[in-house]
Design a protein around this ligand. Sequence first.
Ligand code: ADP
Ligand code: ZN
Length: 630
Amino acid sequence: MFSLFSSSSRSPSPATDDPALDVLRSVFGYDRFRGQQAEIIGHVIGGGDALVLMPTGGGKSLCYQVPALVREGVTVVVSPLIALMRDQVTALRQLGVRAAFLNSSLSLSESRAVERAVANGELDLVYVAPERLVTPRFLELLERTPIALFALDEAHCVSQWGHDFRPEYLQLSILHERFPAVPRIALTATADAQTRAEIAEKLNLGDARVFISSFDRPNITYRVVPKNNERQQLLAFLTDNHEEDAGIVYCLSRAKVEEVAEWLNAHGREALPYHAGLPAEVREANQDRFIKSEGLVMVATVAFGMGIDKPNVRFVAHLDLPKSLEAYYQETGRAGRDGLPANAWMSYGMSDVVVLRQMLEQSEAGDAHRRVERGKLEAMLGFCETAACRRQVLLNYFGERMPEPCGNCDTCQEPVETWDGTVAAQKALAAVYRTGQRYGAGHLIDVLLGKATDKVVQQGHDTLKTFGVGKDLSKGEWQSVFRQLVAGGYLTVDLEGYGGFRLTDAGVPVAKGQQTVRLRRDPEAKKRRTTDALRRGTAKRGGPSAGPSRSPSGLDPADDALWHALRACRLELARDQGVPPYVIFHDSTLLAMVEERPLDRRDFARLAGVGTRKLDLYADSFLEVIHKYA
Ligand code: ADP
Ligand code: ZN
């Protein structure tokens, strides 16, 4: 039987006249609220409804956890995933907060025990699956219990057009009818306006105050490289930047997930596969290992990710193009939740575009839906092919203006040259047109380069006027030209299955030489570490989203030794209790130990992330390690 109860660790003697700040300091061990947290928390404690739109890592959990400890009664948190609930409850209990969850993973007697605890007022927070919440049994229980707050986490699950639609979420509007006096807070990291509007409507939150934070993730470095042996590219990226870090590699297909995971293992990098085709036990076991260990790579389809709260995912790599910028933002957003530097890296080529286009055209969706999806794919391509700051393109897509380039993406760090591609575009489009608008980039490039391959000769394409007119550019440069013509909407990938190119209406004036085209010159693949500049602290900073300066990989040797010893200590404590290491302390708290080198409990208590309970539980173990290195 799991234990429900631990003593509540609300501050014994308030240190300020603000109860929320007292809780923040004594329970969570943080000095001050971030961004809009103080405002949101104040509003909710005062009994107001709130709709909170904040990026991943922005600090949403505190927005309901602090009110839960200040207001009378139990806070009911609706959460869509078992893993997410378990993680949050584990983390809260580590802080000495009285929390439990109710979902299908519990036995009947365990469920009853939690219900009794709710009825007896012995819990500060109870996490519930939506289908459980709306049962008559649970609603009746709530009617007999003082409730502090309803928190609706991952509120975008109510959106039918979104990525994680959960029909049970639609029933949550019942809360407003049954418990009109209890404040509600809905939270999501989904950035698009359509979903926002849908949440407010479907959850009956029309009168709620809306808090919208910037969706920028300043600590994430964005990088897109032209595909050129993607596995080797990935391995080099990992070896150069993330030798000991945990991260996720996204692939489109299940088969590719397994191949890449196997390949990484064969090349000395421990990796696990995750996709919907694996047996549930295997999926769960792999996810559990990823969460509870350090340094593992998870190779996965998009089936993996929601509900992964691991704060120190240091990179997200894409070997295939996501189908929209929404998906890209969401997937890369799983990196660097803890605010420390993280990488979003993608290897991208023409084949990605062809595959996605085919999937889209073959999908069952109606025409209108397909048109929307096509537009989204084009925006995704535009992001890949941009010569401007990637963060600006990304935020702009979500309707957020960013006046200055960020200084923390590849195009900012190694500015891309552009060139007058008018003539090249004309030649490429002519090659498409004269070969009958049926061929993909490979064959067209052979024609342009004047290569008399069997296919070229068989089709008589060696007799065309365009045969050999493109010798001034390399194969790689032509690939780039074709990608950009697709991204720019001048060419489209044929619907009829062969994946050949066709000219669009926009392509016609270009083909006729009536319109100029500027193209991006792909940067030379430099032997250069992605985050070198960040590590040395020399990255061009000062842009509005300059990332944080601290990074575990930038430590000098003495600090590095201590860092590793602290990590080992944390891992041992975590293993003893069967919990993920980060619920003991986040990396940022370990880094603070390295920097501050506290030698007694008083100094230890001052570290960010050390509240009263963790001070009691862990100060001695970590102080012992620090003393050894002092
Ligand atoms: P979200 O749910 O929005 O993704 P979390 O609630 O997991 O974000 O918070 C992200 C990280 O920021 C966590 O490591 C959390 O402990 C930390 N954090 C949140 N609020 C604060 C704060 N006021 N001061 C310091 N760290 C904070
Ligand atoms: Zn930038």
